[in-house]
Design a protein. Sequence first.
Length: 465
Amino acid sequence: MFLVDVSEIHTYKRTYKYFKQKNMKKQLLLIVSVLVLSVNTYSQCNIYGNFNYYPEAGGFGWYTFYDVSYGVGLTTAQSYQWKVNGVNAGTNNILHYQFPSSGTYTVCETITDPVSGCNFPPICKTINISICPAVTVNFTGTQNGNTFTFTNSSTGTVNPTTYSWTIDGATVSTASSFNHTFTTSGNHQVCLTVTSGGCTFDPKCYSVLTTICPSFTQNYTYSTADGGTYTFTNISTGTINNPTYNWKINGTSVSNSQNMNYTFTNQGSYQVCQYINANSCAYIPICANLYVCPPILMEVTHTNTGLAYVFTDASRKLDNSPLGGTLTRNWSINSVAQTTHNQTLNYTFPGAGNYAVCLDLLHNSCIYGGYCGTLNITTTGILADDYNPEISIYPNPVQEILHFQLGQSQLHSVDIVDVLGKVVYTKDVNDNCDFSIDTQTLAPGVYNVVLKTNNGQMVRRILKP
């Protein structure tokens, strides 16, 4: 291609005269036509053609393609034609396209500018498409002093899925959840990146403000005197300033005191948790699971005609109302089980002697056991001593501390015997003062508590859940 200006036109005229003189007119016209054609097409359609693309948020194969062409051959009137694998897909400078499946696709863009009369060659790119699942990246964090537990809570992931955690830009874990102990106070950025189904999603980041917390061991104990009212005592160790307390039962806050007394009014399973915070430090709560049996009053009355006795279960609630619900009674005399499970027991004693009469109650899955009294029967059937089982043992079932209330009885010794007859605890008392036994070392099960008093031997049955 040649550059042509006006001065050269005069040269063309002289050349034409020369060719005319030489009878070469046709050859001259051909040369001039080529030169003029070169002038009309030179540089008017020169552009740099290109487009970019990116996957749209949310997955499902949606991509955005957008034109980034530039050059002297473009005006504001150009039109576009997009094709995906040869099929028309759109006519705007921006194309939103959903690929039906993963694979390799050829995407082409053709630009036409009617003002300049330019039809530019198609711009094509071959791209590999991975259809990404609709994943929402997220995580939660809990704090125990300086240690945080970060737990992945992302949704929509498919196999395979990998995780990458960073704190302040540094990778710290590739597990789905992890613990991290901060050694410096300040504002830290924690980020989770998820790769699922071959697609890597934008990371989710949270800022974590840390305050270096003092070492602190959280703990508490509990006990009950009657099986319904419990005392929860904080025994946490470590020095913290201005602590606040929150006690929750089955997730509901019930007290903000350091120690708590709580009366359960309904039988059932309960989770009791203690929360402690101090100077922006939140420690992991301590929880215990309890099965609560409401306290009752156990009592047995009797009438007799000679050696023939009628024993009646008069047990009731603390407000003296009937127990109600499902009741199963087990009577025994001198450790021999009786066949009846009724409210009354008819029994004729064979002769004079000491007899231990015991009642066990199963009330709505709660065992109230070992209510026993010793009767000193004479040959006439008249009691030498009143049948008055004044020794009280509670709570039953027992979690930790078992209390003994002796009244006027003189207690000599106490033995705790398991169902195999093995003595697992023994204590000499020789006193009539109330006392307690710690049963935490006892394995769960049913035990007989054998009490030797100045009035004979008594047996109580207890349950250790």
